[in-house]
Design a protein around this ligand. Structure first.
Ligand SMILES: [Zn+2]
Length: 404
């Protein structure tokens, strides 16, 4: 093969040049040797001072992009130099790779592109490398890109948890609601997780004091964490999580009542839907139950009325509506509904704050489902670190420093 073509393809600059290429059809591999002329000088990797001669060298090999079906490897003796400015003995920087990687920069770029589209196990199979080596590349570039990320414009934050490690524990995800990007992900869902997020914001140019709005669910550790780490932030409880509490209450009423009557058999999903989302068959089923004076039907009506709250024109109207609803719900003699109403009462201001902030974490639920889908494709990640790295890749809007 023409060596200057190879040098151009590899992006080599003086003093580096291709000295040999061996093409083995039987082994399906291409081996390219790169070297420098005796007496060449290099720059110190620490201070940039030029004119440093090789002190000694070490043979190394890197996996490069396949040449068609042929695995391609680069070989070079990597020089160490003695810095003329006194930095000491240093290994020089190489134009085709980063330090401590067994892959060329272009090979890593290919891995990063594939990682957005397919599970890591599939990438590993395609390129014929162990998946831990692939994960190492992803971790490196995500961490490097995150170091450069600028959070100085963040004002409104959404937080949510996602199940990890096949559901055995949780990770928390923190999003910028304006830029619609993942800011931070970490194991756990306690107060410390929130304070670690605040520290991370600070490290990226965002004073936690500038965060004015936070949207989350009613998980007490999140509320405590926000109050402790974001003193100027007002919490809005996510309306979809509030509705989940109402749905669970209706479901509990149904579960209890089903022990006393057979007509509720196979109706569980009926009561979790809104009337206009029912199929024709479900609609007929629900109509057939109206004569039975069911507690479940009453609980369902209380739930349907509750969601009308979010159609009130403003906070004042919303609060008046919520007070009337609360009175009705707490006098329903349906214990799960009374408990749900009391939960809402305890979070009163944060429920009503929605009228001013109009924020939800519906966006996060969308990201969450993307992340869960990636997780399902990967049949669960072996480590939370892998899951968080994948979340950054999907939703972090990170700028990667990679050759194209
Ligand atoms: Zn130096």
């Amino acid at each position: 093969m023409n060596q200057s073509t190879l040098e151009a393809a590899l992006g080599l600059t003086a003093p580096w040049k291709v000295t040999e290429d061996r093409f083995s059809v039987e082994e399906k591999r291409l081996d390219i040797t790169i070297d420098f002329e005796p007496g060449s000088t290099f720059s110190c990797p620490d201070c940039g001072a030029g004119g440093a001669k090789a002190y000694d060298t070490q043979e190394r090999t890197w996996r490069h992009l396949n040449f068609f079906q042929h695995e391609t490897y680069l070989h070079a003796r990597v020089p160490r130099v003695e810095c003329p400015q006194g930095c000491g003995i240093k290994t020089v920087e190489l134009p085709w790779t980063r330090s401590r990687s067994g892959f060329t920069a272009l090979f890593e770029a290919l891995i990063m592109i594939m990682a957005r589209e397919m599970p890591v196990a599939a990438i590993a199979a395609i390129v014929g490398e162990h998946d831990t080596r692939i994960w190492r590349v992803l971790h490196h570039h995500v961490e490097e890109a995150r170091r450069e990320a600028d959070f100085s414009e963040v004002r409104r934050v959404g937080m949510d948890e996602t199940a990890s490690r096949r559901g055995h524990n949780y990770i928390s995800l923190f999003f910028d609601l304006d830029m619609k990007r993942l800011l931070y992900g970490a194991e756990g869902r306690d107060q410390d997780t929130v304070s670690a997020f605040a520290l991370d914001l600070r490290a990226h140019g965002c004073d936690p004091d500038q965060v004015r709005q936070v949207c989350c669910d009613m998980w007490p550790a999140y509320i405590k964490g926000v109050n402790a780490s974001f003193p100027n932030a007002e919490i809005t409880f996510d309306r979809f999580h509030i509705m989940k509490i109402m749905n669970q209450a209706v479901d509990e009423v149904r579960r209890q009542e089903a022990t006393t009557t057979d007509v509720l058999k196979k109706t569980r999903y009926l009561w979790l839907k809104n009337p206009n989302n029912l199929t024709a068959k479900q609609r007929r089923k629900m109509d057939s139950l109206t004569g039975h004076n069911l507690k479940t039907a009453r609980a369902y009506q209380i739930r349907l009325t509750f969601q009308e709250l979010f159609k009130r024109p403003d906070r004042k109207a919303g609060e008046a509506f919520l007070k009337r609803w609360y009175f009705w719900a707490t006098h329903s003699r349906l214990e799960p509904i009374i408990q749900a109403a009391k939960t809402i009462k305890r979070h009163w201001e944060g429920v009503l704050n929605w009228f001013d902030s109009v924020i939800t974490i519906g966006l996060l639920e969308g990201f969450n489902s993307l992340i869960q889908a990636a997780k399902a494709r990967a049949r669960g990640y072996r480590t939370n670190r892998n899951l968080i790295t994948m979340a950054y890749l999907i939703a972090g809007q990170l700028k990667f420093n990679l050759p194209t």
